[in-house]
Write a protein that binds this ligand. Structure first.
Ligand code: ADP
Length: 167
């Protein structure tokens, strides 16, 4: 099952001759976003910055996705976005989260069909912690939110691969 040995009728088992690292990489590239995505934690764009901070703590996440009235992805708010907004004595209860969010179309996303490796590459390339998993609708104008991939997702998959005796 690990691919080190191959079997042929009347021949028996023989060494397949593939190095372990090539099989490791092959298995890594088989992991699909859809099988690893977690639930997206969302707040409406009309929410206050204060409510967004409360949601961040209650849901124990580092990034929130902001949705518009139709439920489509409108923006992303990170821990540091909220910290920045909290500096000084600003009225957090009345400040809409939409003012401080990174908004569409500047959101880096992934689809359920992409590999986890491609998603991890985006997290590195754009120096961000989290990607919304989306399904683009109406020629990409709207994004249906299906889940999230975070650095934690990638770490879990990495540990899982390390525990797999067939890898
Ligand atoms: P933090 O700001 O807490 O370190 P991130 O590194 O994820 O968290 O976020 C850095 C900046 O990038 C923030 O301003 C945030 O709004 C933005 N950001 C986070 N995720 C995304 C994303 N998927 N697409 C575009 N921008 C993002």
């Amino acid at each position: 099952m690990s691919g080190f040995l191959d079997a042929r009728p009347r021949v028996g088992y023989f060494y397949a001759g593939r190095p372990a690292h090539s099989m490791m990489s092959e298995n890594l590239h088989k992991l699909i976003v859809n099988d690893y995505k977690a639930m997206p934690i969302v707040v409406p764009e009309s929410s206050s910055v204060y409510d967004a901070i409360v949601t961040l703590f209650l849901e124990d996440v580092g990034t929130l996705f902001i949705v518009n009235a139709k439920g489509f992805l409108a923006g992303v708010v990170s821990r540091k976005d909220l910290l920045r907004a909290s500096l000084g004595n600003q009225a957090l209860e009345t400040m809409p989260v939409s003012i401080i969010m990174t908004r569409m179309p500047n959101i880096v996303t992934c689809t359920p069909e992409e590999t986890l490796y491609q998603a991890a590459q985006k997290l590195i390339d754009f120096a961000i912690d989290s990607l919304p998993v989306v399904r683009p609708l109406e020629e990409g104008r709207n994004m249906e939110l299906l889940g999230r991939i975070t650095k934690t997702t990638i770490t879990k998959a990495f540990v899982e691969l390390g525990n797999d005796p067939t890898v």
